[in-house]
Design a protein around this ligand. Sequence first.
Ligand code: AMP
Length: 372
Amino acid sequence: MTAARGLSPLPPGATLGILGNGQLGRMLALAASRLGYRTHVYGPEADSPAEQVATASTVAAYEDETALAAFADAVDAITFEFENVPARAVAYLAEHGPVRPSWRALDVAQDRSKEKTFFAEIGAATPPWRPIDSLAELEAALRDIPPMAVLKTARFGYDGKGQAKIKQPSDAATAWAQIGGDQKSNNVSPYAVLEGFVDFMSEVSVIAARGLDGTCVSFAVTENDHANHILATSTVPAKIPPALAAQATEIARRAATALDLVGLLAVEMFVTRDGRLLCNEMAPRPHNSGHWTMDAGGADQFEMLVRAAVGLPLVAPEPVADVTMVNLIGDDVNDLGRYYADPRARVHLYGKAEARPGRKMGHVNIVRPKAH
Ligand code: AMP
């Protein structure tokens, strides 16, 4: 990995390394091959969604430094499809060549307390929150942030995992045990965060993309609906006033710039009933709420990340249609007849053999002519 050190783009035929081999890596590899690049994916699982379509694959643990060294030698630049890559692996790879985005973005996004502190630093509001390291701290924090509240592990939570709702102060001990606080090892601090529960009007997200030359562009604000803590649908245009949409976009761009990020940054926000935006979390990678861009976004989020990672220029993406993205979760994937019969529906499947409950198996973009 030496060719991509300067500002000049990697030439077609160069190899983009992708850490992580799930569906995001798969769609990233497909976008890279459209632009003429080879891909090499790295992750712990065999026959993964990304491995099925990438040019090359390494199946190894993120801690395996021999495999990481061979991977670093085989690729010209590296990006990620998920943020929970161990710090040591990223530091090791960064010594060998360009890693985009850099460790700082991953480090902030891996930890909910760092994320919320970062949002405050860039002047973006969040729900009220407190860092929590013990049951005693939780009980004290519940006096400042009275229920309803949500207790979340600071790290490694996704799709509602590692979260417990607190409806009354006496729920504290149960909630602490539910997120594993009573068995925690002491090497991560804070272990959890307590957040005030937001009675939101809607949830929105914005994906910003930032190139090697600092150019920052963003996709249209997306309105998201969740079921069982998992994203169910994303719709564009979002039903929020233009001024609020402009604010949401500005927050995502400010965050990407403050992180000096090269790549994508998705920021999820709550829209309160009195018309304010509260930042929930962010991810420095392609995001499920950006899958609509594949059929209605102009240059899609995966192409945009490939462009950033190989040093190509970014262009401001314009939605070319109105769209609703429907996630295919678990058994949904066994009922595709109505989508295949619908000319507005574009089906994307991830190549996963087993449809377990809660597992993201694919998505469908239902594309409509633009209303205005
Ligand atoms: P998260 O993993 O933090 O994105 O949470 C998953 C989903 O749970 C969010 O998209 C919301 O629908 C809901 N949720 C999380 N935190 C809160 C909160 N503080 N108030 C209300 N709903 C929340």
